[in-house]
Design a protein around this ligand. Sequence first.
Ligand SMILES: [Zn+2]
Length: 303
Amino acid sequence: MIICDTHCDVLYTRVFQPENKPVVTPENLQAGGISLQTCTLFSGTDGVEKYPYEAGIKQYREFRRLVEEENWVQANSPLEAEDGKVRYMLSMEGGEILEGRPDRVEEFYRYGVRMIALTWNRENEIGTPAKVRSEGGIKPAGWDILRVMAEHRMAADTSHLNEEGFWDLINKHSQPPMASHSCVRELCDHFRNLRDDQIKAMIDRGGWIGINFYPTFLSPDGRADACLIAQHIDYICQMGGEKHVGLGSDFDGIETTPIDVETPADVPHILAELRRRGYSESDVQDIAGLNFIEYYKRLGWNS
Ligand SMILES: [Zn+2]
């Protein structure tokens, strides 16, 4: 089975938080049967945010080192995902890494970045995050960046973005947007989660949602397990989103984990919960990874 995970912070952890031991390791990915692990270049916190571009480059250099010295295999797109092999795809979290420059989109595309979360939790040249305020849509410089992203078939990631920015992307962007690591707001009322009308719009527009494993986004009491992750997935499926949902763990970027999903090796527990809820093997395969691949086909990827 092909399993895709659309968000983790292993590169940031390795470069800027060496005291933390990453859980995204080749061994854990292999054990969990993950075929495609998306690794983000994060704009940073704790002072790193003062030099976001350099921070992004440092994480990219660490990725190159892992490819060249530790045999990590880079995927050019999710379509390269293959059962039994672990591949890594790059994304970006926090468009301030681009410093408002469309030419930087080209640069990071050359490095293999295939998805950009337009904001993290700080306002930037592109837009405003949900954490700051819900008003304020995509800015003119943001549209210049989004146009170049669309030319390169890069996914516009709305995780962290505010509501007005989200609706701008739904209504005005040439490509269907996605949310790489967000959950269902009706099940857990957190600003990082998607409201029902947003989920419906994502489904209608041909977008995609990766459920985050962070207990704070999954449950009002901050306690979670594989069953609860399956419940968020099931909620989206009940809305007609069985072809538009999957997994966006956020491993190495979250302070706590569900009790039985501590590392990528535990991802099969979530799939087992879906089967227990009556999902067919074909549905489970879609949610595990095929939906994410199909989403990239809608962006224009065919190889
Ligand atoms: Zn995030």
